[in-house]
Design a protein around this ligand. Sequence first.
Ligand code: SAM
Length: 213
Amino acid sequence: MGFIPSEIESYAEAFSTPEPLLLKKLNRDTHAKVLRPRMLSGHLQGSLLAFISRLSKPRRILEVGTYTGYSAICLAWGLNEDGLLHTIDHNPELEDFARKYISDAGLKDKVVQHIGEAIEVIPTLDEIFDLVFIDADKENYVNYFEMIYPRLRKGGIVLADNALWGGKVVAKPEENDAETRGIIAFNEHIQRHSGVRNLLLPFRDGLMIAEKL
Ligand SMILES: C[S@@+](CC[C@H](N)C(=O)[O-])C[C@H]1O[C@@H](n2cnc3c(N)ncnc32)[C@H](O)[C@@H]1O
């Protein structure tokens, strides 16, 4: 998923620290057993998430959209010693799959999986977050951001995946294309927001990075 020609992506992977074996296995297993495996972050994006997390040493991370646990594991690797990552997904069929890999990564005490609609789960989490990764239904990105912003510490970072949405953001969206409309509304919302410093990184499918001022 993304705009970089696959040859260039392979080159970038060849000159990046190799994907850890556990993530390679999770990646393969997801492709073999789970629907829509392209949703998984993958090696380059996972490495970027892990870098950002390690640099910001978060105490509390929130992830919206666990899927099979790839990005949760990458992000949790940067948690500080008493850190915790909350991750939400509304698909109960993925829960055990993700749990197994989170546990194999040695992170079972660091990651709390929540099954349910993110819009209902987020208000139940009594935390102030240092780092947030939004990677679920595009129609709700603005809603997620608005719910999360008051619980983000100053200097905290929100990352949102698919901010370029396969390039569809630059054309007028179809009336019934709620996902593209959701992403465009989110990007415009962030750009107008006076409480963040933001960067739309044209990496993979686009990563919006917003820091709370
Ligand atoms: C793109 S995948 C997440 C990929 C994962 N973050 C990764 O990088 O490996 C999106 C996930 O969001 C979940 N999801 C979609 N809508 C949701 C909602 N309203 N509430 C909670 N989870 C939702 C889907 O079930 C899916 O597993």
